[in-house]
Design a protein around this ligand. Structure first.
Ligand code: NI
Length: 170
């Protein structure tokens, strides 16, 4: 396993949609393991393959509280079957270091995906898990947290991230 480099906004690779996985292979399982390790090391509650420059429809989440045992969930080729209700939620993203923004999401979701072994499962989720699933699903389609903000907040966050990027590479 290896910790991968997480791409930061405005890296254009974050806009590239992930490709559908045709078959789970050892290579993809090892990508999943790297993603989990990278997410835990960050630390974060979710990570999409597109955030580490791997253009696949794969994401991992773990929404367990600090005092709970880990609850790693792997989603390959996820489809959102149902979205229900609306609620604002303060979100962060490993591709937007230091940013916290209120985003409106569905309160409950039903999702179908493959697990790490390629078996299909369906899951109903609410709360933080529902938010994380929608956030990571967006990543697989090149959609980012900033796209959900109003014009003013969008401009402020963009400027903050671009400045950060410049100072990080200077
Ligand atoms: Ni994110």
């Amino acid at each position: 396993m290896a910790i991968r480099t997480i791409l930061h906004y405005p890296d254009p690779r974050l806009r590239e949609p992930g490709r559908r996985v045709e078959k789970m292979t050892d290579e993809l399982r090892s990508l999943v393991d790297d993603m989990a390790e990278t997410m835990y090391a960050a630390p974060g509650v979710g990570l999409a393959a597109t955030q580490i420059g791997e253009p696949w429809q794969v994401f991992v989440v773990d929404c367990a509280a600090e005092d709970e045992p880990s609850d790693l969930r792997v989603f390959v080729n996820p489809e959102l079957l149902e979205l229900d209700g609306k609620a604002p939620f303060e979100e962060g993203c490993l591709s937007f270091p230091g940013a916290r923004e209120e985003v409106e999401r569905a309160e409950r979701v039903r999702v179908r995906a493959w697990d790490r072994e390629g078996s299909v499962f369906e899951l109903e989720a609410d709360g933080l898990l529902a938010v994380a699933i929608q956030h990571e699903y967006d990543h697989l389609h090149g959609v980012l947290m900033i796209d959900h903000l109003g014009p003013l907040k969008k401009r402020l966050l963009h400027r903050k991230m671009v400045r950060r990027d410049v100072s990080a590479t200077a």
